[in-house]
Design a binder for this molecule. Structure first.
Ligand code: AMP
Ligand code: ZN
Length: 498
């Protein structure tokens, strides 16, 4: 039916036809959050991008096993093999048990994902729940001669690995550059070469997150969990691995090396990376201190925000940008997204209200023309999504459909200009993409429509009675609810104020 889906593979730096290993099954792994802090809007951008990938693949009929982990140990403050564990540090500062920190921020993460209408993954494994698998993987890499033990820690031997395999292909980095950039960090003295990375770290006495291992008491390296958990749930080769652009190096580069070191081949067929959300051109990050939290956005309580923006306004704003482009957050862009989102919701409501009468017939040539036009619009939506999930293009096509739906709803175009089949194609594609693929939902309280019906009854009565004082007052009340009342020829209609 539709043209083949093409996805951009970060590894090959090209768009490739998407051919799952074992169709209709698709395995997708996305690196989840390190739960030592609240997720910020940048993190939300990456997770929402992959939610759309998940939703679209499911819509196309694939059976996706979507694994998104929770990093609850091993991610050190320096992002490399240096410093304290991020979670342990937070626990120390707040005088909490590390798992209390983990639970608190995992709960926050789930709450935010639900607010943004991101679907839960099929499996959400934690690093601490998979220590045995991680230890087994270290043993296997050691047995294959690509790691060494030093002082109770185990390091991946990048130097030796490079003699047999390419390293740095995903990120495009060369090892000479990596060596030049590496500083004298914790554990560096134990390493044979500065580019080596930790698979398992010996825990110093003050390190509170610690487990027994064949090499003594310690904790796993950050990169290891994703290799162990992805292969456990998706197999040694799987279809898609995703994350934010900043994870390409070192995290994903190390994942590739670990898997090759363990089973001899690359784990992932399509690497996909979401680009960064920026604030005034700078990447939003927890450490840079420019992170805007979802709650700050939803309440407008942030110095950079002129007003509150709802979760669906933010989701809509994300959809307006292709996931591989950077996106700068601004009041202007968010206000435009708010308007456009409301327009789309009005269209959604209109589309659902439209009914095609059983005995309707119309001029054949006109119906043929609208049929062609509808086919083209539907094809344009799919063409956008099939071009590496380009939601910006697909959304633009969807807005063209919205115009058609609005003209049917406003009765500018009679329904008889459409055959029943074309009308249903138009309406169903529109509703399905808005709700199921793009995951946009109407945010207004569910009892608003019933309440409006009552108010509209009073409004109608006031008009009949020519009680214009009351009519004006009711109009003001509607406006306070963000509703505009429209006097149509044969009825009274309402819409959200745009
Ligand atoms: P973290 O919890 O820091 O490991 O981040 C969770 C996810 O958010 C990772 O996939 C990161 O790549 C991604 N991420 C972090 N900062 C941004 C940003 N500014 N824009 C988009 N994604 C981001
Ligand atoms: Zn990961």
């Amino acid at each position: 039916m539709q043209a083949a889906l093409r996805v951009y593979n970060t590894l090959s730096r090209a768009k490739e036809d998407f051919n799952p290993l074992a169709p209709p099954f698709v395995g997708m792994y996305v690196c989840g959050p390190t739960v030592y802090n609240f997720v910020h809007l940048g993190n939300c951008r990456t997770f929402t991008s992959f939610d759309i990938v998940y939703r679209y693949l499911t819509h196309l009929g694939y059976r996706v096993r979507y694994v998104r982990n929770i990093t609850d140990v091993g991610h050190l403050v320096g992002d490399a093999d240096e410093g304290e564990d991020k979670i342990a540090k937070k626990a120390r500062l707040e005088n909490l048990e590390p798992m209390e920190v983990v639970q608190r921020y995992t709960n926050n993460f789930h709450q935010v994902m639900a607010q943004l209408n991101n679907l839960p993954p099929s499996i959400e494994p934690t690093a601490t729940g998979h220590l045995l698998e991680q230890i087994e993987m270290v043993q296997s890499i050691l047995a294959n001669g690509l790691a060494y033990v030093a002082n109770g820690s185990v390091y991946f031997d990048v130097h030796k690995y490079r003699q047999q395999h390419a390293y740095g292909q995903l990120s495009g980095r060369v090892v000479d550059e990596l060596q030049a950039n590496s500083r004298e960090l914790d554990g560096q003295a134990e390493k044979r070469n500065p580019e080596d990375f930790a698979l398992w770290k010996n825990a110093s006495p003050e390190h509170i997150m610690r487990w027994h291992s064949p090499w003594g008491v310690g904790f796993p390296g950050w990169h290891l969990e994703c290799s162990a958990m992805s292969s456990k749930y998706l197999g040694q080769t799987f279809d898609i691995h995703g994350g934010g652009m900043d994870l390409k190096f070192p995290h994903h580069e190390c994942e590739i090396a670990q898997s090759v070191g363990h089973c001899g081949h690359e784990p992932v067929r399509y690497w996909m990376h979401a680009n960064m959300l920026t604030v005034n051109g700078a990447r939003m990050s927890k450490s840079a201190g420019n992170g805007i939290l979802p709650v700050e956005l939803f309440t407008g309580q942030h110095p950079l925000l002129e007003q509150a923006y709802s979760p669906m306004t933010f989701r809509y704003a994300l959809l307006q940008t292709h996931y591989r482009s950077t996106m700068d957050i601004s009041n202007e862009a968010l206000k435009a997204a708010q308007k456009a989102y409301r327009r789309l919701m009005n269209g959604l409501r209109a589309a659902k209200l439209l009914q095609y009468p059983a005995d309707l017939s119309g001029p054949a040539e006109v119906q043929a023309a609208t049929a062609t036009e509808t086919e083209q619009l539907v094809a344009a939506v799919y063409a956008g999504m099939n071009d590496d999930f380009n939601t910006a293009v697909a959304l633009a096509a969807l807005l063209e459909m919205l115009k058609k739906i609005n003209s049917l709803h406003n009765q500018q175009v009679p329904l008889a200009h459409y055959s029943q089949a074309s009308f249903e194609q138009l309406r169903n594609t529109f509703v399905t993409f808005v709700e199921q693929v793009f995951g946009l939902r109407d945010e207004t309280s569910s009892d608003l429509p019933q309440m409006l019906e009552v108010m509209l009854g009073i409004y109608r009565q006031a008009k009949q009675n020519k009680n214009y004082g009351q009519v004006d007052e009711l109009r003001t009340r509607f406006r306070q609810l963000g509703i505009v009342v429209k006097d149509m020829k044969d009825r009274i209609d309402w819409a959200y104020e745009e």
